[in-house]
Unconditional design. Structure first.
Length: 354
């Protein structure tokens, strides 16, 4: 118990910093807009809400082992249901993310590192996923273990309650929004205040200070599952935050680049995208000319990648193709050597919600 509590007690808001000053400064430049900083809390995230909704729902679920593709996630969020009985739990996980993200964005004046926000965040993310429904939004009263790890979180309800309140008080006292975001990613999973779904809560809670400060949201773009898992294990076993700090910094750079305002200069091209550029064009063209809907396109890309893309790059190349399709409009389809009639016929199928 002393070791468990000692890690949390050692952190003093605005004195201790998990993120070095130079890294905080870099990430602030990437994610902050002077124009947005002057507007009411939540303005930034609402301007990019549709993209944030799918990106954060998909990436956070993906980090839990969810197998829905980006296109399947987009379709699921549009329909609000899944017809595949074998994937109901995965669909529920994603739809729960949708509800939780909407909760954070709709009333920013009500959210913060407080019991109301975090308990309700858990209740939404855990809805219909736990063995006992009364554990949704309720602090843990039983011991839990962490797979592949020797660390045992506190198991006395009173201690869990005390540590939970301490985590919230310290997170709320941190003035730097990026430091507060990272602190919550470290200490909410470390405490394991709920019987399950703790990491999901921490990933969405990390966005609270960013929403309130009108900074670019954190959607965990380009975070490999293995890197995130290894980083969390280092926190649990060794109280080391350096690996998770690297994951956080990489993820925030990618997120800020996705949602930030246009800045002078060009980002260096993605080497993997360059390597597969022509193949991606061919597959996008095949989807459009084949008038595929989102479910059919997702399966087509999965099969194509399985037969043509090396396993280490497969998931990213499929994601690239899916992102191109989700951003394909009448203003940019010509680059894929498509005719207006082909695009119009496909768009009618693609945008239909059935």
């Amino acid at each position: 118990m002393d070791c468990q509590r000692g890690f949390l007690d050692a952190y003093q808001p605005n004195v201790t910093f998990y993120l070095p000053e130079n890294l905080r400064a870099e990430l602030h430049r990437a994610g902050r807009s002077d124009n947005m900083a002057r507007l009411p809390a939540g303005t930034y995230v609402r301007t990019v809400f549709n993209r944030v909704l799918i990106d954060l729902s998909w990436n956070s679920s993906r980090l839990e082992g969810n197998t829905f593709s980006l296109l399947e996630t987009d379709r699921l969020l549009a329909l609000g249901r899944s017809s595949d009985p074998s994937r109901m739990l995965e669909a529920r996980m994603i739809l729960n993310h949708k509800d939780a993200i909407e909760f954070l964005v709709e009333a920013p004046e009500d959210i913060g590192f407080n019991r109301f926000t975090i308990l309700n965040l858990h209740a939404m993310l855990a809805y219909q996923l736990l063995a006992k429904t009364y554990d949704e939004g309720r602090l843990r009263r039983v011991p839990v273990g962490i797979g592949g790890c020797n660390y045992l979180p506190p198991d006395i309800p009173q201690v869990i309650e005390e540590c939970f309140l301490t985590v919230l008080d310290k997170a709320g006292a941190i003035r730097d929004p990026l430091e507060a975001a990272f602190f919550s990613m470290v200490h909410l999973p470390y405490l394991q205040p709920f019987v399950d779904v703790n990491k999901r809560v921490s990933r969405l809670a990390a966005n609270i200070p960013l929403i309130l400060e009108n900074m670019a949201p954190l959607t965990f773009v380009d975070v490999p599952v293995r890197d995130y898992t290894d980083a969390m294990l280092a926190v649990y076993e060794l109280n080391r935050v350096d690996l998770l700090r690297d994951v956080f910094a990489r993820a925030y750079r990618a997120s800020a680049g996705s949602y930030g305002e246009v800045r002078q200069g060009l980002r260096p091209p993605d080497a993997l995208h360059l390597a597969w550029n022509e193949a991606l064009r061919d597959q996008v063209r095949a989807v459009v000319q084949g008038r595929m809907d989102k479910a059919t396109a997702a399966e087509h890309l999965r099969q194509w990648a399985a037969g043509n893309v090396p396993a280490p790059d497969r998931a990213r190349v499929v994601e690239m193709a899916e992102r191109i399709l989700l951003a394909l409009y009448e203003r940019n389809f010509a680059r894929y050597r498509l005719r207006p009639a082909e695009f119009a016929a496909w768009e009618a199928v693609w945008t239909r919600v059935v």
